[in-house]
Design a protein around this ligand. Structure first.
Ligand SMILES: Nc1ncnc2c1ncn2[C@@H]1O[C@H](COP(=O)(O)OP(=O)(O)OP(=O)(O)O)[C@@H](O)[C@H]1O
Ligand SMILES: [Mg+2]
Length: 320
């Protein structure tokens, strides 16, 4: 199967790289209502790949289809070039909820999960202990999970999904509710795995961190592809490439309405307004002087707060 089938990744970088995961024309529906439509993407071996999108856009549903928890209505999934049935053992999955058993200690959970995933007990226990150390959980190895903090529980879930040394690790919102320290610990852990050739597929709402740590991204919008590729490619093709933020000395409702109609006729969008502040998205920098002229002509005084290229978060606000 060639990369050109998917219309992406024709750059030299991808040539010769092994594919850990291929989704080809994947669609699905809940009660006849489509929630995924013709999803196509490739995840290469040894990359961190993020799936992002607004809440309800279909990220968890897509992950469930990939790992076979949810049947698809059409399309194909390949794991390491084969039908998922034959590659299951190479995949680790960590969902958003706790997977450990509360009435077993951390070590007992590790033993149980090693037998469920078909890992060799001795090596799984060694891996489990190594990961507990890495995640600073080893002092709790004989404790029950209820004494762990939220961040420690997330880490335990991840340890349990890795005992069989998966070559592809799939995680649904692994950073949910974690503080900066815990997130760093996890990103570093994923980066270590990636450097050892493991592919990581994760969903997250932390766009700037995803941008820093993952090589490529798939952006979902209402169950469809919105964008796919490297972050810089996607931001480079963004329709609105500047944000202009101002604060009025006084802003009447009637003038705000007038300004909205002015923007409708130009390549300008108001993406945020609160009290006397407005943030405009501009298709190009020359729109800034149009706004300035319009405000001057209407006798409006204001302060410029910022003029900058959008971050990934702001890109999503403007585009998705
Ligand atoms: N079992 C189900 N039955 C019917 N509809 C469902 C089911 N699970 C999810 N949906 C719907 O499918 C859509 C996508 O949901 P999904 O959980 O995949 O979104 P998400 O992108 O993961 O959101 P979040 O960021 O909030 O986790 C939503 O409209 C949701 O209501
Ligand atoms: Mg979800």
């Amino acid at each position: 199967m060639s990369d050109s089938v998917f219309g992406i990744f024709t750059g030299g970088k991808s040539i010769g790289r092994n594919k850990a995961l291929v989704a080809k024309n994947v669609s699905n529906s809940y009660n006849k209502k489509k929630f995924l439509e013709n999803i196509n993407f490739v995840v290469y071996q040894g990359e961190i790949f993020s799936i992002i999108g607004l809440s309800g856009s279909g990220k968890s549903s897509l992950i469930k289809v990939i790992i076979g928890l949810c049947p698809k209505t059409s399309g194909k999934i390949f794991l390491f070039g084969r039908h998922p049935f034959f590659s299951k053992k190479m995949v680790g999955y960590c969902h958003q909820e706790d997977s450990f058993l509360p009435n077993l200690t951390l070590m007992e959970n590790i033993e149980l999960f090693s037998s469920i995933t078909g890992a060799k007990k001795k090596s799984a226990i060694k891996i489990g202990m190594d990961f507990l150390k890495k995640f600073r959980l080893e002092k709790h190895k004989d404790d029950y999970p209820f004494i762990l903090s939220g961040g420690q529980r997330r880490r335990l879930n991840i340890v349990l999904s890795c005992l069989h040394s998966p070559k592809l690790l799939i995680l649904d919102e692994p950073f949910a509710g974690l503080d900066y320290y815990n997130r760093r610990l996890l990103w570093d852990f994923f980066t270590d795995l990636k450097n050892r050739g493991v592919s990581i597929v994760l969903t997250t709402h932390l766009l700037n961190e995803a941008q820093d740590y993952s090589s490529r991204v798939f952006i979902l919008k209402n169950g469809k592809k919105f964008a796919y590729g490297t972050f810089s490619d996607i931001l480079g093709k963004a329709r609105f490439n500047h944000l202009y933020h101002i604060r009025f000395n006084h802003l009447s409702k009637s003038f705000f309405e007038k300004m909205k109609s002015f923007c409708d006729f130009k390549k300008i969008r108001i993406i945020y307004s609160y009290k006397r502040e407005i943030q405009f998205a501009l298709e190009n920098l020359s729109e800034k002087s149009r706004i300035d002229e319009f405000l001057k002509k209407n006798g409006q005084s204001y302060d410029e707060l910022a003029l900058a290229e959008p971050t990934l978060d702001e890109f999503m606000l403007v585009s998705v």
